[in-house]
Structure formats: structure tokens, C-alpha cells
Design a protein around this ligand. Structure first.
Ligand SMILES: Cc1cc2nc3c(=O)[nH]c(=O)nc-3n(C[C@H](O)[C@H](O)[C@H](O)COP(=O)(O)O)c2cc1C
Length: 405
């Protein structure tokens, strides 16, 4: 077939898209069509092209970007191919229970909405649409320091207080005021993100920004944290002159936070056994194994590959959550089988938000839940505690193991 000539080339691409070969290469076969409604979505990937079509290039670039060559971003997906599921037969799986307990609360599902900044850049209803979707299925929601909706309004839309995610500033009083505000709003848990303390090299974002013909400075005056914070309600009423992000924090800071609040403390952004041990030693109540969706440093390593050593460091003393690259029910199943208590998603629900508002977020959460339930059925696990390490196996020598079987 002459793949260079117009029609034939299209035919060939269609054939390729439908081919199981692509699946074997770790890519998702997709139709060329951009879905017109949530009803057309087959999986969460279907929302991304809609989001790309609807968002201004710079906003889409902000959502899509990794760092450097986006290698860690890709690794987060590729890492899952290292694990295979071990299915079990002839077990009654007519009733599936996906509930979990985490830090004293029970949740219908282990699927958590990760903190994502600036949600009104993706849809006018931003954090409120996401909170309503989280409410409808009782998903745990983490709210970013960089929320574009006041935390009190998000809590009202969610129907109960969310977990508040903290980025520290160079001024302790400013940081403490945000912590106190979250505490007064009833938030039970503070999620301290430790993987964005220094700057990042987001080249994909820069490339998309160049395609944007709008004058971004109208909305984003980047001269100082004060000017950058005009649309950041967590800074309302705070004195920001001379204040910036990225204070030189160390493990001492964890103790300082502990002493400053009665909220439970979760540390997000841990990828090694040593740091998991230190987090527990410094009083963390839980850990999120995360590389910020490949947006922090370019390690080239997925979180599903980091998870076993983080679990080793935690040694069962605190729950371990994990995020970065989760797109399928089988991904979630794998992490639970390795020992995670819950998983978080970032981009998938934002694709849903940008594409169709709350309905998009609802559908993304429904799809992930349905896929997880199906994976649980095939593994013969009727409840989350039944999912064990024995339900996944590590691939031996690339594709050889499956060829031999
Ligand atoms: C657009 C965007 C903004 C984010 N903002 C924050 C944030 O404000 N605070 C934070 O702790 N993590 C933030 N993250 C990281 C997410 O919480 C999460 O770790 C990551 O998205 C998980 O990877 P995934 O997008 O592949 O699911 C952000 C991620 C994205 C994509």
C-alpha cells in the first residue's frame, strides 16, 4: 500500500488505528472523530481531543505539559505495561464493593480527584463543577492552593469540606493564614506538596503559548506573587508585598506545619523509600506517591514503578496513595494490588471539565469506576481488601513472557 498518497494513507491510518498492534505498543487505538457528547465517550482518553479543541492553546498547553522532553509524562503510562493482571475464575462477582476507609472516613471509591490549579482556566464553572461531580458519587476531592474559587464555596458545592493542598510561600505568616483558613472552613486534612519547591522546565507549555495569539499578560501579570495572585482567592486579604513561592523548606518545615494545625497531614510528591521513611518519622498521616503527573523533574520513572519502594518505606504505618498517569480501571487495580490505599487522577477529570463541564467530570468518574469494577470482576475480587499482591505479576523480559504463555 502506498501510504504517501492521500486516500490510501488515510485508509492505512484507519487500519492502524483499529489494529491490536497499537495496543501492544502501549498506545490506545482511537477513532479520528472528536466526540460531540459525553454519551459518545468510550474511555477517558476521548475527552482530551475535545478539551484541546475547546481550550485556548496556552491553557491546553498548561494542562498537557510535562517537563524537558516529557519523558516522565510518557513513563507514567508506559510503567503500567510492566504489570500484568492474574484473572481468577468461577467466583460469584455479581456484587462489587469499591468502598475504602482512609484517615477515619469511608469513601465509596478509591478514585480521588487530585489537586489541580486554576480550574476556571478550563471551564467557567471550574472548581464548582468539579466539586458537584465529586459530590454526586462521593469522591474525595483535594483542592489546590491555586484554586480560582474560594475554598468555602467549593466546600458548599462538595457538600462537605475538601482536603486542602498547600504550596508554601516565603512568608510563614502568609502560609499559616492559608492553613488557618482551610482549618476554619472545616477541612480535615492538609496535603503538603513537596515536589514543586523549585522551578520547572515546561517546554511543551512554552510551545503552546507561542501558538496563542491572545495577550496573556492581560490575565497573567507574572512580575510578582502579588500581581500573579489577583485571581487566587486563597490570598484574599493577605499582605503579599515581597512574598514569593519556593521557600527553602526542609523536613523541619513538616514539623512546623504539624505544630501549626490540628488537621491531619499528608505529604504529596514522595517517590523513594528513604523519603517515605522520613515522612512517617516526621509525623505524616499519609503519603501520596506522585511525580506531579510528570510536571516536576524529569526522572524518566513512573510512579507505578516507584510505588513498591514507597510502600516499603511506609511499611504499613500510614496509608499510601498514588497518582500520575492513571487512565484505566486496570491501572487502578494494579496500584491497589501493589498495596496502595487509593489512587488520584488529575488530567482525565480536567479533560472532562474542559470538554463538557460537570457532565464531563461525572462521565470520566463513571467510566473509571465502571472499568475498575470490571477489572475487579475478572480478578474475582468482590471488595477492595480482596485485591492482593497475588493479583498482579511483574512482566518477565519484555514481551517474552506473554509469548511463552
Ligand atoms: C494542570 C495541572 C495543575 C496541577 N496543579 C497542582 C496543584 O496546584 N497542586 C498539586 O499538588 N498538584 C497539582 N497538579 C498535579 C496533580 O495533583 C497530580 O499529581 C497529577 O495531575 C497526576 O497525574 P495525571 O494528571 O497524569 O493524572 C497539577 C496537575 C495538572 C495537570
Amino acid at each position: 500500500m502506498d501510504i504517501e498518497s492521500g486516500t490510501n494513507r488515510r485508509e492505512f491510518l484507519k487500519f492502524l488505528a483499529a489494529s491490536p498492534l497499537l495496543g501492544a505498543l502501549g498506545q490506545v487505538p482511537r477513532s479520528d472523530d472528536v466526540i460531540a457528547s459525553t454519551r459518545d465517550a468510550l474511555n477517558v482518553f476521548d475527552f482530551e481531543p475535545v478539551a484541546r479543541q475547546k481550550l485556548p492553546p496556552a491553557h491546553y498547553g498548561y494542562l498537557a505539559t510535562g517537563v524537558d522532553d516529557d519523558a516522565t509524562l510518557r513513563a507514567n503510562r508506559a510503567g503500567f505495561s510492566r504489570y500484568q493482571m492474574r484473572s481468577r475464575r468461577l467466583i460469584d462477582v455479581s456484587r462489587i464493593d469499591t468502598s475504602i476507609s482512609l484517615l477515619g472516613a469511608t469513601w465509596n471509591t478509591p478514585i480521588v480527584l487530585a489537586p489541580v490549579s486554576s480550574q476556571r482556566a478550563f471551564h467557567p464553572e471550574g472548581e464548582l463543577a468539579v466539586a458537584r461531580a465529586a459530590r454526586s458519587k462521593r469522591h474525595l476531592l483535594m483542592l489546590s492552593t491555586l484554586t480560582t474559587t474560594p475554598i468555602e464555596d467549593v466546600n458548599a458545592a462538595r457538600g462537605e469540606p475538601v482536603w486542602f493542598q498547600l504550596y508554601p510561600t516565603t512568608e510563614w505568616n502568609v502560609t499559616r493564614s492559608m492553613v488557618k483558613r482551610a482549618e476554619s472552613a472545616g477541612c480535615p486534612v492538609l496535603v503538603f506538596t513537596v515536589d514543586q519547591i523549585i522551578g520547572t522546565n515546561r517546554e511543551t507549555l512554552r510551545r503552546f503559548e507561542r501558538q496563542d495569539t491572545r495577550d496573556c499578560r492581560v490575565c497573567h501579570d507574572r512580575t510578582s506573587l502579588k500581581t500573579r495572585s489577583t485571581r487566587r482567592p486563597m490570598f484574599d486579604g493577605l499582605e503579599l508585598a515581597g512574598v514569593d513561592w519556593q521557600p527553602p523548606v526542609t523536613w523541619e518545615y513538616v514539623k512546623r506545619l504539624r505544630d501549626a494545625t490540628s488537621m491531619r497531614l499528608v505529604i504529596k510528591g514522595i517517590v523513594t523509600r528513604e523519603d517515605a521513611e522520613l515522612a512517617v518519622a516526621h509525623g505524616a498521616d499519609a503519603i501520596v506517591c506522585s511525580n506531579h503527573g510528570g510536571r516536576a523533574e524529569e526522572t524518566g520513572r513512573s510512579t507505578i514503578e516507584s510505588l513498591p519502594e514507597v510502600l516499603q518505606g511506609a511499611a504499613g504505618r500510614v496509608p499510601v496513595l498514588v497518582d500520575s498517569g492513571f487512565r484505566r480501571g486496570t491501572d487502578i487495580f494494579t496500584a491497589l494490588a501493589l498495596g496502595a490505599t487509593a489512587i488520584c487522577v488529575g488530567r482525565p477529570y480536567v479533560w472532562g471539565l474542559a470538554a463538557f463541564g460537570q457532565e464531563g467530570v461525572d462521565t470520566v468518574l463513571d467510566i473509571l469506576t465502571r472499568e475498575l469494577q470490571l477489572a475487579m470482576r475478572y480478578a474475582g475480587t468482590v471488595a477492595i481488601p480482596n485485591i492482593t499482591r497475588g493479583h498482579v505479576v511483574e512482566r518477565v523480559g519484555g514481551h517474552e513472557a506473554s509469548a511463552r504463555d
